[in-house]
Ligand binder design. Structure first.
Ligand code: ADE
Length: 305
């Protein structure tokens, strides 16, 4: 199992990788820059308590042909035992600009850069959300933890989506294979998740949650295009590490949403309208990824200044 490669080939992968520097640390574990066959690679080292995320991410990457410019490219997975301690590795392409979250914290964006980021992110989510039939096909996948920290910025200015530790297919939902003790990030949880009114048996309900979280990411990106300092969504309304109840009060009871851009440029007006539709309280009002992509393409085409 694992990467889909024969076990002997797969086993040697981690031994060929040299870890160079730690580029990220979090609740998930660590991300290192490493080298493999003269290439830079990213090595995500999971905490062993989060084995469920490593398993799911490895399964999603190796049973589904997930090759797309806007999805982080997979190299392989490895489970090794070091002095009676299990090490769980996920090896992917490395992106020196790091996450969208880090990028927005250090830069302001032109409107063009903003559109490239938004379009490529939506394009990645569209690929994930789409059922493709045929030999090169893939099932539809819901991500369940869309946020600016799980989106990486490539050197060409486009983004790719990372972290499939919570991802689900229709099959997973049908078989009730959702048992990961980990939850999505509370700050980005949709109103129906917070109210616990979401139909957990319905695959489409998970896609709708991704679209809500995407709207918050679009808001983060648009702020950077207006030259304003980076802020996470709901920064003025909840504490740094908000609880489920903090979020429920703000998002469900008060019905609060971030303030969309007030810039009167037609592109920014279009972006403001788009985010309002996608973070709507009623999940059925939210636009599907294909509709968002088409709207963004239209806004980008009409933006000549
Ligand atoms: N941080 C998390 N994943 C990364 C990757 N693949 N490349 C660079 N930085 C990262």
């Amino acid at each position: 199992s694992g990467s889909g490669l024969p076990l002997m080939v797969q086993r040697t992968l981690a031994k060929q990788v040299t870890l160079i520097e730690c580029v990220g640390k979090g609740r998930y574990g660590e991300v290192w820059r490493g080298s493999w066959c003269a290439d830079s690679v990213a090595v995500k080292i999971f905490f062993s308590r989060d084995e469920a995320s490593w398993r799911r991410e490895t399964e999603v990457y190796s049973t589904v042909l997930l090759r797309h410019d806007n999805i982080l490219a997979y190299i392989g997975s490895d489970m090794t035992s070091r002095n009676s301690c299990t090490q769980l590795w996920l090896i992917t392409h490395f992106h020196p600009l790091g996450s969208l979250y880090e990028h927005l914290n250090r830069t302001t964006l032109t409107r063009h850069q903003m559109m490239v980021i938004c379009l490529s992110t939506v394009n990645g989510l569209l690929h994930l959300h789409t059922d493709i039939h045929g030999t090169q096909g893939k099932p539809a996948i819901a991500h369940r933890d869309i946020k600016s920290k799980n989106i990486l910025v490539k050197v060409n200015g486009e983004c790719c989506i990372a972290d499939f530790g919570l991802a689900v297919t229709r099959q997973h939902v049908q078989d009730q294979q959702l048992h990961n003790p980990r939850q999505g990030t509370k700050r980005y949880m949709s109103p129906e998740m917070l109210e616990q009114t979401m139909n957990l048996q319905c695959f489409d309900a998970y896609r709708k949650c991704d679209l809500y979280a995407l709207a918050l990411v679009l808001w983060e990106v648009c702020r950077a295009a207006n030259g304003r300092e980076y802020r996470p969504p709901f920064h003025e309304l909840v504490p740094q590490d908000p609880s489920f109840d903090d979020m429920r009060k703000v998002v469900c009871i008060d019905g609060a949403r971030p303030a969309p851009p007030t810039d009167t440029h037609p592109t920014m007006v279009g972006m403001a309208n788009l985010m309002r539709e996608c973070w709507h309280q009623n999940p059925s009002v939210r636009l599907p990824a294909l509709r968002i992509k088409k709207t963004l393409l239209k806004l980008a085409t009409n933006d000549n200044s």
